[in-house]
Design a protein around this ligand. Sequence first.
Ligand SMILES: *Cc1c(COP(=O)(O)O)cnc(C)c1O
Length: 378
Amino acid sequence: MVDLQSQYKHLKDKIDNSVINVIEDATFINGPSVRSFQNNLENYLNIKHVIPCANGTDALQIAMMGLNLKPGDEVITADFTFAATVEVIALLNLTPVLVDVDLKTFNIDCDKIRKAITPKTKAIVPVHLFGQSANMDEIIKIAQDYNLFIIEDNAQAIGAKYQLSSGKKVKTGTIGDIGTTSFFPSKNLGCYGDGGALFTNNDDLAHKIRGIVNHGMYKRYHHDVVGVNSRLDSIQAAILDVKLPHLDSYNKSRQNAAIKYSESLSTVKDIIIPKIGNDCTQICNNCDCHVFHQYTIRILNKKRDGLAKYLSDLNIPFGIYYPIPLHRQKAYLDSRYNEEDFSNTNLLCEQVISLPMHSELELDQINFICDKIKFFLK
Ligand SMILES: *Cc1c(COP(=O)(O)O)cnc(C)c1O
């Protein structure tokens, strides 16, 4: 699904040197590389504050702690996403409220957000799934109407842009009160272990969060709030600092691979290729609103599982993201949910398949994969 070795080979000398520097200087925790990467990511995202932390799941949890959400507060998020998003809501004794997604973009359905709002609702967590922004204009409107916080889960979309209704283009993760991301190795900007970060333009919130990631400490050995220990290692920061200048070109390579897949698969019977929302009506060469963390197609007429079996027999990698809707996961069952409210997620879980996608994908490989898929579905 991903080819991290080829990507490393292109930057080997720089990455090796940056890691050796940290080891020789023994600046393993909160070393200069962490500050440097933080500043460079702030510039890249055009945001006032980046707060690095240990992983993308922690980032979500810390965001909710930073916003002072209290047990019983309801937090709305998408039914079709990785479990981390809903997990931290439950872990903090907040009440997760899952809502269905849009069939075309795979992102949270804004009409269904409105229907799910109660007097206890405090926050919305849109997930920019597979590398494409959720409908942030509408989510901002809802948040304003009901006085809700927005936490953007940007783990899959770092570098993606979103054009606001004002015409201004901004990076995803910088639109809500807080954005969070993950530097898990296979993410669009991945380190060589675990890593994550929070983004905000709010000075007070940034200050609060910097304390929370460090045991709730604002002055050495004075613990003002309950915090956690969540740090980005200096070695990981050094690696990320080498890779960050290449993120746009990595994302461009992913977009080019997506264009090739779509050209080849768009007319195939029983396939729906991914739709690019947010004003773009087609995948265009200049499109920067989808960074294709995954290239995910829908396979109709119950042929998905057969195709998956066929691909695995040929040793062609693929992923099923995600096979089970969150509202049907044992840990998150809730008697308030009705199956008919989740018809899109239910359908997607039966239809989606994600094809190999990374910055080093070759045209031959794409053609080979597409030929096999076409052969199976013909
Ligand atoms: C990867 C991911 C996370 C969690 O990130 P980790 O660094 O693995 O903790 C959270 N949300 C989404 C949507 C993700 O894809």
